[in-house]
Write a protein that binds this ligand. Structure first.
Ligand SMILES: Cc1cc2nc3c(=O)[nH]c(=O)nc-3n(C[C@H](O)[C@H](O)[C@H](O)COP(=O)(O)O)c2cc1C
Length: 191
């Protein structure tokens, strides 16, 4: 059974909604065990990450990069890095911010480099960009048009009940399901 963990930070609850959507996607794939881990509970979950076959990283974009609590987790993982304890685990990432662009790509690049430093295998988003032609709408999957991971946008004056909107949550779900499927294929291939 593929074990997939989602480690995330969310200061105000919006990225938490995205993380829950990723987990729904993971759980939609049969034969998968899913674990949702807020970074503030990481101390009791290093063992969960050690046992995981895949880890999906999620952070809001704050000041154009991962939030400070998520970066604290990244730096703390250097203990694992020394022994390359996550080598050949599958990895993926997601981020959410207030602006449509908001420099979210920089956060995903940061997460992908982090995974590469750990010797992990990065899985991107296999969705064609949405909302980029005259027939498109904000309801399209991948409406923010990225390939490195799942992107979401939440208005700065609204709570997590209003944003990220449904299409962003469906996009996050899609990423979770993709990672679960690929992890199952990867494990089957290793037998
Ligand atoms: C310290 C701070 C820095 C932020 N920097 C950015 C930014 O660089 N780009 C952006 O689009 N939004 C930025 N925002 C807005 C957040 O990304 C947005 O409110 C997001 O939904 C917060 O997610 P959370 O509720 O999971 O914390 C920032 C918010 C905070 C608190």
């Amino acid at each position: 059974m593929a074990k997939v963990a989602v480690v995330y930070h969310s200061g105000y609850g919006h990225t938490a909604e995205q993380a829950k959507a990723v987990i729904r996607g993971v759980e939609s794939v049969s034969g998968t065990n899913a674990n949702l881990i807020p970074v503030d509970q990481i101390e009791q979950h290093w063992v969960t990450l050690e046992a995981a076959d895949a880890i999906i990283f999620g952070s809001p974009t704050y000041m154009g990069s991962a939030s400070a609590p998520f970066k604290t987790f990244m730096d703390a993982s250097s203990k694992v890095w020394f022994g390359q304890g996550w080598k050949n685990k599958i990895a993926a990432g997601f981020t959410n911010s207030a602006s449509q662009n908001g420099d979210k790509l920089n956060t995903l690049v940061q997460l992908a480099i982090f995974a590469a430093q750990h010797g992990m295998i990065w899985v991107g988003l296999d969705l064609m960009p949405g909302n980029n032609n005259s027939k498109g709408s904000v309801n399209d999957l991948n409406r923010l048009g990225g390939f490195l991971g799942a992107l979401a946008q939440s208005n700065s004056d609204e709570g997590p009940d209003a944003g990220p909107i449904a299409s962003d949550l469906k996009t996050a779900e899609h990423l979770g399901a993709r990672v679960a499927q690929i992890t199952n294929q990867f494990l089957a291939g290793r037998k």
